[in-house]
Write a protein of this length. Structure first.
Length: 360
């Protein structure tokens, strides 16, 4: 099938853009479902990015165009869209307004290579790219951490996902050459090298997730908050040993055990452990997500199991919000593409449709 070339900003809006910005997706190496428990995370940026171009609207409406979806949405400034990509963009703009920055009606064009629904934060990349673009166009005095915070609020208030701050912080502050160790309570962070002799491989399981309202994601968060209340702490981050959770009713104690053990895995990983030990921590993280937190699915378990038994792989796990999506592996330097070929051949031969996402 021949696909028509995507129209550009000029063809959609009849003028040239006045500003352009971009932001990457992210892959989380360790520290899953810890961010909304005030815990620790360890993401890195991926090469895939979302690009936003902006100009001033000629009428009283915002006009948003998503090139990959070929979808155009026009909205009056105080009338939120009911769903879709426009909710995230509109949310970012509205929250800037509420924070005291008047935003005129805009023309906004989005194009992205960040895969959607696989746990690599396509929505955070869209939020951060949008906010960077608006900051540039209007010369707003907001820093990169503020951008992440506004992006997170847009996701919570306008897309219905009660998320933590990892994705937006990673998209706003991480790069592809290092890991970003973040304390999500204090927002203190350190940029760290990957374990020596290792690189990242990300494979899509082909089973996609949708995390927003009504999904198990918000339910898991609520369970963690109940567990913290019963244990008398502000957040599960304040508990450091898994024994402390054994008095909790089911399923809360398993949920809490995942969060506490996962925080401990991140804290060990950032001590500069070998690739071998880092891989073991990733494998343990997968088992914990699968058995205690129950956010994996059979396809991802199969993909992760194949990865874990392939020579050259130090460790592998489900990454992102879960209920489908991608797996991340730490593999020997220079071997990611060969390993991906072998693993995908085996995975796809049992009826799945996996594909390589990183290296891109
Ligand atoms: C999603 C959320 C993040 C985080 C991860 C799970 O990506 O947006 O805040 O909770 O899931 O670690």
């Amino acid at each position: 099938m021949i696909r028509n070339a995507m129209p550009n900003f000029q063809q959609i809006f009849g003028t040239d853009p006045e500003a352009q910005a971009s932001a990457p997706g992210r892959v989380n190496l360790l520290g899953e479902h810890t961010d909304y428990n005030d815990g620790f995370v360890l993401p890195t940026a991926i090469p895939q990015r979302t690009i936003v171009q902006l100009g001033f609207s000629q009428d009283a409406q915002h006009h948003f165009y998503a090139a990959d979806l070929d979808e155009r949405v026009s909205i009056l400034a105080d009338n939120p869209p009911s769903s879709g990509f426009a909710s995230y963009v509109f949310g970012c703009i509205q929250l800037l307004q509420t924070a005291g920055y008047p935003i005129p009606p805009l023309n906004l064009y989005i194009k992205s290579s960040v895969p959607i629904g696989v746990g690599l934060s396509s929505s955070a990349a869209m939020e951060v790219a949008t906010l960077r673009g608006v900051r540039l166009l209007l010369n707003l005095p907001i820093d990169d951490v503020r951008i992440a915070q506004v992006g997170q609020q847009a996701e919570i208030q306008y897309a219905g996902l009660n998320c933590g701050i990892m994705d937006q912080m990673a998209s706003s502050l991480a790069d592809t050459d290092s890991m970003l160790f973040l304390d999500t309570r204090t927002l203190e962070r350190r940029v760290l090298p990957f374990p020596q002799g290792a690189e990242i491989l990300v494979l899509d399981s082909g089973v996609h997730h949708a995390l927003a309202a009504g999904s198990g994601y918000n339910q898991r968060r609520a369970e963690c908050e109940s567990a913290a209340r019963l244990l008398g702490v502000k957040a599960l981050r304040d508990i450091t040993t898994t024994q402390a959770t054994e008095t909790l009713p089911e399923p809360l104690w398993h949920r809490a055990r995942h969060v506490i053990s996962e925080n401990n895995r991140v804290l060990e990983a950032v001590k500069g452990v070998s690739a071998k030990r880092f891989g073991e921590l990733m494998n343990a993280s997968h088992a914990s997500q699968r058995d205690d937190y129950e956010v994996s699915v059979p396809a991802v378990d199969t993909l992760v199991a194949i990865l874990q038994e392939t020579p050259g792989v130090f460790g592998a796990r489900l990454t992102g919000g879960g209920f489908g999506g991608a797996s991340v592996a730490l593999v020997a330097s220079g071997q990611a593409k060969t390993i991906a070929q072998d693993v995908l051949e085996r995975y796809n031969s049992v009826g799945y449709a996996g594909r390589i996402l990183v290296p891109a």
